[in-house]
Design a protein around this ligand. Sequence first.
Ligand code: SF4
Length: 308
Amino acid sequence: MADLQNEFSWSKSRHEKFAGCRRAYFDTYYGSWGGWEAAHGSDVRELYVLKKLSSRWQWAGSVVHASLKQLLSAARATGTFWSLEKLLERTRARARAEWATSREKSYWREASRIVGLVEHEYGEPVPDADWKRLYEETIEGGLRRFWASQTFEEIRRTPRDRWLTVDELDSWIFEGSKIWVAIDFAYRDADGRVQVLDWKTGRERGVDHVQVGIYALYAQRKWGVPPDGVVGGLVYLAGEGDAAERVSVAADPTALEACQATMRGSIAEMRAALVDPARNVARLEAFPMVEDREVCRRCPFRRPCGRL
Ligand code: SF4
């Protein structure tokens, strides 16, 4: 097998990491590179394991995403939807197993496969009642609200030959840079428009135009739809009501232009920080630690940074 190259690519999460702390960005995309085969106990191995850790809220969101992916992928393959009970039962079993192996810090053996939580790594005291609430409100509550939603009803009504993707990782090229996307669910509606849906497990309500713009630009290329033929849908699974709410966002030309300007600026800034942009080589010194220590409180890299 040819050697893997640390090729430059861009994603919205990379953009956010770059904006949050340059050192965390370096550790995630450069310092940890090759850590999967580095010796146990080495610095690169440590950074690789740490970068894979999630906070408990990120973990809860990923459990919900994984469950919905399983539910919809199984329905796509077989034409039959699981019952709600089966969905909840499988989710509970997986969440329990992931939590238990994380508590044992098993991720140090194989971080690419075994889930790890920042709270377990750093021994943060989280009361049992908080874990319980996280499970009941975010994970199980989110799935129940999805189940009761108009969005799920529409998905059930849409013939499977109009389903376009179920949370598959893909990429496209924007002005020479690879852009990663994973759309939670996309389908072609009865009017021929492409609906791209994103599951939201947080409570924020601010519409993320960059995210919707990236999806729309990808959808245009991937499925050959005109600029006004894509509709973004943010589906909020958290909240008080019984059913998830959907907020639709049109990807109009102004929004797409703004999105491309953000991507262009972000890519240029990231490349400018490299010592050799053509070969994607970075040096630690160009990526300082953030000044505001408040940012470090939940960071997985706080031990190597000396900010415990
Ligand atoms: S601990 Fe603080 S300085 Fe270090 S990578 Fe994390 S956020 Fe940045």
